[in-house]
Design a protein around this ligand. Structure first.
Ligand code: F3S
Length: 399
């Protein structure tokens, strides 16, 4: 990879240990993927924040970098392993909280905004169309590429951090226009009625598109919550973190219809539900907010929970960013939700919190949430916000 004089100096250690380590990571990646040069990035989003995933080795790695590492561009964090303020109410141990706080402290010393959300685009980390960024959370990467039209590969935690310290990333993969061309036409001939249908659609396309870029036709409308749910699902279940929906996402009109075509029928949506849903009736945890809830989703939860009570046997988590929660406080939604016995899970989510062995069953709106919760040994049910609220106030999945 061709380096400028300045970049070579960084690699030689002229700008300190963290920058040198970062340049080693970026040049190694660039060489592996055939990048010709580094390109500037407008922002970075760092995953690998939960102590549950990092462990002591990860914490040590971060502390080492934090000694002299300072980010050069706007850098935000993915969810952590706990609500940074109300961890105790969510059943997180003191021991875990201490370690998680050390992780957050290291990121803070690097100059990173402690935002802890997988929807950074809802709280101010919103790239421009065509802007190069280095993001690492898969649903956010897919949203950035497809819905915003920014350009990013799916970075790992260390390569995203490296990009933040250098302000650049190797120019390969989805940073290059020639790699952003759709290569499979997906005709959707199914009706999408509720939010979780978008998760089911992502599952169905992910399985059929198999690491290809989808050019999707047959969808007439989509709102922000549907698109963020779809982004999380399609990339979890197989496809590339970039798709085009004709008439809805930017640049879709510039795409030629690829020759290879697959069709998504109603039966594919039904099959997706069948695969994602387990045979369970009792629900121990209900979680809405994967990806993190928008203010509209919180409003919906508040409307449905108003005057009701979550049963004692079930916990109900509303996962969101702290910033969106502040809006919910102002609009009065928080009061209604908490009065019903549901809990806000800010800064965290069901996948990265240390939940293994704590809950046996989950109800959620999210196909991605089901995928990761199964890895935490939970049985899963996916459905609408209405169905999830119903599960929370009865302790049962009824539909
Ligand atoms: Fe976000 Fe966690 Fe889902 S990081 S996309 S809420 S699994």
């Amino acid at each position: 990879m061709q380096l400028t004089k300045q970049e070579q100096k960084m690699l030689d250690g002229a700008e300190g240990h963290a920058v040198q380590k970062s340049m080693e990571i970026l040049t190694a990646l660039g060489d592996i993927y055939g990048a010709k040069s580094l390109i500037k990035v407008g922002s970075v989003q760092v995953a690998g924040v939960s102590y549950n995933n990092l462990g002591d080795a990860g914490l040590e790695f971060l502390n080492e970098l934090a000694k002299d590492g300072k980010v050069r561009v706007l850098t935000t964090l993915n969810p952590a392993g706990m609500d940074l303020e109300n961890w105790f109410q969510l059943g997180i141990s003191q021991e875990f909280a201490e370690k998680q706080n050390l992780v957050i402290d290291a990121f803070q010393r690097m100059g990173i905004l402690v935002s802890c959300t997988c929807t950074p685009y809802l709280i101010g980390n919103l790239p421009l169309y065509g802007e190069h960024v280095a993001w690492s959370e898969s649903s956010a990467v897919t949203f950035a590429n497809s819905v915003i039209g920014a350009k990013t590969n799916k970075e790992g935690g260390p390569s995203a951090l490296a990009a933040a310290f250098v302000g650049k990333t190797p120019c390969y993969g989805l940073h290059l226009n020639e790699n952003r061309v759709s290569d499979i036409h997906v005709q959707v001939k199914a009706e999408l009625i509720k939010l979780s249908d978008w998760g089911a659609l992502g599952y169905a396309i992910g399985k059929k598109a198999e690491n290809k870029i989808s050019y999707i036709t047959g969808i007439k409308t989509a709102d922000l919550d549907e698109l963020k749910s779809f982004c999380a699902s399609i990339v979890t279940y197989g496809a590339k973190p970039l798709f085009y929906i004709k008439g809805i996402t930017p640049a879709s009109e510039q795409q030629k219809k690829p020759k290879e075509t697959v069709t998504i029928e109603q039966i594919d949506i039904e099959n997706a539900y069948e695969n994602i849903n387990d045979e369970i009736t009792s629900i121990e945890l209900v979680c809405v907010g994967c990806p993190h809830c928008s203010i509209n989703e919180i409003a919906k939860v508040a409307e449905l929970l108003d005057g009701k009570k979550v049963v004692n046997e079930t916990e109900f988590w509303v996962a969101t960013s702290r910033t969106i929660k502040m809006l919910a406080d102002k609009r009065g939604y928080t009061k209604v939700i908490e009065a019903a016995g549901a809990k806000f899970a800010c800064d965290t989510c069901m996948a990265v919190a240390p939940l293994k062995g704590r809950f046996k069953s989950l109800a959620t709106t999210s196909a991605k949430g089901c995928f990761y919760s199964r890895q935490n040994n939970m049985k899963t049910k996916m459905g609408s916000i209405e169905e999830c609220v119903q599960a929370a106030v009865t302790g049962k999945w009824t539909s």
